[in-house]
Design a protein around this ligand. Structure first.
Ligand code: NZQ
Ligand code: ZN
Length: 388
């Protein structure tokens, strides 16, 4: 059964080879003073910066730069960005980059006029903004997070060893996003496949929860099958437009609130992964791949029927003559082979985590309520030990 829900996704998308021309249509709707937010310099090397600034100038905008957004953006960088946006008296924020840049732009947008400490208000107390919010637009260059069409904004506080995602409402979603699959062609292999697993994990977090028959789970199965198919092509042929464009579109639908409609969701893998990220600053998708199999093996007995369905409908496991456990295990083995084919991190040691870190990792892991088993701290420690 589908539970009650409200669906509202106000982000307008421009998709395809000419998507950047969407900026010419969108920018005139906003004020003159634009804060141009970007990461560590990939957009300068691959020419996207030049294309974007040319359009901003053509549209008569005054550009104020805020570069240097790091992967896993920090509270310190957020404070710097707020200072820059205030000094610029920015009317609009244009984020050009991956999930980190888009997440950060949203965090700045709700913090410029916020009278309290944004980390405490939004990320520790999970409150909603009560101040003016600057509008944000995105030009996406890395596929995975879904940040281009959602209200998610993940910030890391290294002093507190916490990496926390706040999910803002539709008023904080990007007003528009530009999705040109060719902009992702320059991604290094490591980042590309980390993004692929991030997509898979987003779908699994929403799919592997609840037992009810609902449309959302059928949509999830289709998205996963498309991702598995296209990712196998993309790892061998990264410039394959068909595969990369399908993956880009899958990533957006994997986390734009659609497939969570009317059902429960888990998100424990992200909590485990974010704890690893808070302690090691490792790449987001890799933190998820490193903990996923130990977690899923641990909770499988509590959600056996769904794990069996996952094996059959997503991985094509033949269930004839096999026990439910066997089928479910074959599904996870098929996923493991696919993960190895992509070249993902398969344990947290590869990411710099050590046995001694485990008590700290446990403390940094939020415990969610929507999965097949609500974890105890001892179980979390066990999962981290199995992930070493
Ligand atoms: O900084 P630059 O130089 O641009 O390099 C980036 C960065 O080093 C590089 N890159 C991006 N596009 C490129 C490129 N390199 C070459 N060519 C291109 N076209 O890739 C590196 C990683 O970028 P980043 O933005 O950090 O990756 P991703 O998109 O995976 O974002 C990760 C952040 O998003 C959060 C994660 O926790 C993490 O902080 N998430 C956000 C979510 C949301 N908004 O809903 C949900 C996710 O679960 C996730 O937690
Ligand atoms: Zn993720």
């Amino acid at each position: 059964m589908l539970g009650n829900f409200t669906f509202c996704n106000p982000t307008k998308l421009y998709f395809g080879k000419d998507a950047l021309s969407g900026l010419e249509e969108e920018l005139p709707k906003y004020g003159k003073r634009v804060l141009l937010v970007y990461g560590g310099g990939s957009i300068k090397r691959n020419g996207i910066y030049d294309k974007v600034t040319a359009i901003l100038k053509e549209c008569g905008k005054e550009i104020f730069e805020d570069g240097g957004v790091m992967p896993n953006p920090t509270t310190e960088k957020l404070a710097e960005g707020v200072g820059r946006a205030k000094a610029a008296k920015a009317d609009f924020i244009l984020a050009v980059g991956g999930g980190s840049v888009c997440d950060y732009a949203k965090a700045v947008s709700v913090s410029v006029y916020c009278e309290e400490d944004p980390w405490e208000k939004y990320y520790l107390r999970f409150e909603e903004p009560s101040c003016k919010i600057l509008p944000v637009g995105c030009v996406l260059t890395m596929v995975g997070t879904g940040s281009e069409m959602n209200g998610g904004s993940v910030i890391t506080n290294h002093a507190q060893k916490l990496k926390i995602g706040k999910v803002f409402g539709p008023e904080v979603f990007p007003k528009f996003s530009v999705l040109d699959p060719e902009f992702t062609f320059t991604l290094p292999h490591y980042q590309m496949v980390a993004g692929f697993f991030d997509i898979m994990s987003h779908i699994l977090e929403q799919y592997l929860s609840g037992e009810d028959d609902n449309t959302s789970d059928y949509l999830s199965e289709g998205l996963m099958r498309s991702l598995i198919h296209s990712s196998r092509i993309a790892v061998k042929d990264p410039q394959n437009y068909e595969a990369r464009s399908n993956i880009m579109w899958t990533a957006t639908w994997a986390l734009n609130t659609l497939i969570a409609c009317g059902k429960s969701t888990d998100w424990e893998v992200h909590m485990l992964g974010q704890a690893v990220g808070a302690h090691t600053d490792a790449t987001h998708g890799m933190t998820l791949s490193a903990v996923s199999l130990p977690y899923y093996k641990h909770i499988m007995p509590y959600g056996l029927a769904k794990f069996k369905r996952f094996a059959v409908n997503v991985w094509g496991v033949d269930a004839a003559g096999k026990s439910d456990e066997q089928v479910a295990n074959e599904g996870l083995s098929a996923m493991e082979s696919w993960m190895k084919e992509l070249g993902l991190a398969m344990n947290i040691s590869q990411l710099g985590a050590t046995e001694e870190m485990i008590p700290g990792l446990v403390e940094s892991t939020l415990i969610m309520q929507g999965g097949y088993k609500v974890l105890t701290k001892e179980e979390i420690a066990e999962i981290f030990r199995a992930s070493l």
